[in-house]
Each structure stands twice: as C-alpha cells, then as structure tokens.
Design a protein around this ligand. Structure first.
Ligand code: UTP
Length: 296
C-alpha cells in the first residue's frame, strides 16, 4: 500500500451540474441546490459545513442554468449596503458570514452531465496536486460538528482516502454506492476492501452506503481520466475509487449525524421538518402545527 502523508485538505469540490430530474417541475428553472430548507438554499448548508471544517477554496462544478448558485455566493452590494444603512446588522452579518472570501470560490462548467465522476474530473485543474474534499450538496447532513469536520479529523489521523458512510434499509441499496469493509480501527473507522455502485440487493456486499462526503488524493484524477461509463451509463466516481483502492488506503468513516437526501422529494420534506424543529426561532410556533397534522 502506498500511504500518502496527510497533507492539509484546503479545497472542496461541489458537483452541482446534475439535472435534478427527480425534482421536476421545481428544477426546470431553479437549480435543485437552490431549493430552500427552511430559509437557506441547500447549497449554503454544504458551504457552511465546509467553512466550519477549515476549507479555504470552493470549486463548484456547474452546468447550464446554474447561474443562480454563482450569484448566491457573490456580494449582493445594493442589498447589503441597504441593510447596513438601515441598521439591520444581524441580517447583514448573516449574509457576510455565509459566503466564501473574495477569490475563495471558482466555477467550472461540466458542459455535459456525463456523471458524478466526470463532474469531479472537470475540477482537476482547479484542485491541482493536493488532497481535496468532495461534498454532494443534496445529501444534507445534520450533525454537530458537521460531517466534513469530523471526516477531516479522521483524515488528519490516518491519511489516505476517506469516505463517509451510514446504513440504509436493504431496499435502498440499489440507489447508492455500497461499501465492503475490512478491519476496524475504532467503532467509526474501517478499512474499505471493496465498493460497488448501485448494486442489486443480491450483489450488495453490505447496506453501508457512500454518503456524499469524500476526502480524496489527487491520483483519483488519473483514474477518472480513463474511466469508462458504469452504472446508468454514467462515469461513476465509485468506479475510479475502486481502481485507486488497489494502490492507496481507503477508510470508511461512520459520521455522527442524520442524512437527508434532498434530491428526493420525501427526503427534502423530512429535511425541512428536522431543520425547522431544530431552530429556536421557528420550532415553538411550528411544533403545534405539526402536532395537529399528526393527530389527523
Ligand atoms: P444525482 O444523481 O443525485 O443528481 O447526482 P441528478 O443527476 O441531478 O439527479 P436526478 O437523478 O436527475 O434527480 C449526485 C450529485 O452529482 C452531481 C449532482 O449535481 C449531485 O450533486 N452530478 C451528477 C453532476 O454534477 N454531474 C453529473 O453529470 C451528474
């Protein structure tokens, strides 16, 4: 095994070029990453989670019709000047504190939605020769500290490549990348010995999924460069990780937190309930309404 020393993870790749077909008609014009959970676009939760984890540079892999994401992380000069002039300090500070610093974000277009692996490969020039994180923003993870901060702590202790994992019901394994695990290092960290993308239940080595957070070494780009389409006819990140597994260490990390798949309508609705109930300014008014529905 070729153990890479744990160089600092400074960059995150946010693939946001998918078409969001499961969320039509909402996603015809609005990128699915801009749908709001309570009062924040889904993408903003991912950016805040990465800021908390110490990430310094954000690489958004976008596509046609995703311009609202770039605008969202820009300064809204007139709005912010007005908030400041009117003394709306809390709102002003909230906007100011929730975007990457100037020069801290890059945007690259995938051009064609050929799959997640291809989207990550499109970030190669912006990432360069250093380890990096990948966050799939529609896998919203409610955790304290955030899932990426937990993973970076594990990465700093072990190096290699780290994949976030959790269990799903067996009936869901054909929707995700699935892990086969080897030796354990502690109750949350195991060596990965195999992976398969969207297997049939009978071919799945476990019900442990790849949960939308990765820390990868830059050699993944050489594998992605040569990657042939896999499940669903798409260029799959999992297939290139399988190729890299022959040369480098991969660890699965069971993060503490709850995942909501916001690319799916039911997952998105559940996220709205969970995040609303977690908010001191909203829960007291919202809980009785929710209870009245539960009694119906
Ligand atoms: P999904 O399969 O969840 O996204 O991809 P999708 O294709 O937008 O969704 P549906 O199935 O049509 O509703 C996982 C992540 O990979 C990105 C998506 O934006 C999402 O963050 N992705 C996927 C790309 O950036 N490019 C692709 O070609 C495919």
């Amino acid at each position: 095994m070729n153990n890479s020393s744990p160089r600092k993870v400074r960059k995150v790749v946010l693939p946001v070029a998918g078409l969001g077909t499961r969320f039509l008609p909402a996603t015809k014009v609005i990128p699915k990453e801009m749908l709001t959970v309570v009062d924040k676009p889904v993408i903003q939760y991912a950016v805040e989670e990465a800021i908390e984890a110490g990430i310094e540079h954000f690489v958004f892999v976008t596509g046609r019709g995703k311009g609202a994401i770039e605008d969202h992380f820009d300064m809204a000069y007139e709005l912010e000047a007005t908030l400041k002039a009117r003394g709306k300090t809390a709102a002003f500070e909230m906007l100011e504190g929730s975007r990457p610093v100037a020069g801290g974000a890059s945007f690259v277009r995938q051009q064609e939605p050929l799959g997640l692996g291809h989207a990550v490969w499109c970030a190669r020039e912006l990432v360069g020769d250093e380890p990096f994180a990948v966050t799939l923003p529609d896998m919203l993870i409610h955790g304290r500290p955030g899932a990426l901060a937990q993973m970076i702590e594990t990465y700093n202790a072990r190096g290699g490549n780290i994949v976030a994992t959790e269990e799903v019901p067996e009936s869901h394994v054909d929707r995700y990348g699935i892990l086969a695990l080897g030796e354990s290092y502690d109750e949350d960290t195991h060596r990965i010995i195999g992976m398969v993308e969207k297997p049939k239940l009978e071919d799945a080595p476990s019900n442990l999924i790849i949960s939308g957070r990765y820390i990868l070494q830059p050699e993944i780009f050489d594998k992605l460069e040569k990657q042939k389409p896999g499940a669903g006819g798409e260029i799959q990140l999992t297939d290139s990780m399988i190729a890299l597994l022959k040369e480098q260490d991969f660890f699965a990390y069971r993060f503490k937190g709850t995942t909501y798949d916001c690319g799916d309508k039911v997952g998105y609705l559940a996220a709205n309930l969970a995040y609303a109930l977690d908010r001191d300014d909203i829960a007291p008014a919202f809980k009785p309404i929710l209870q009245s529905f539960a009694e119906k």
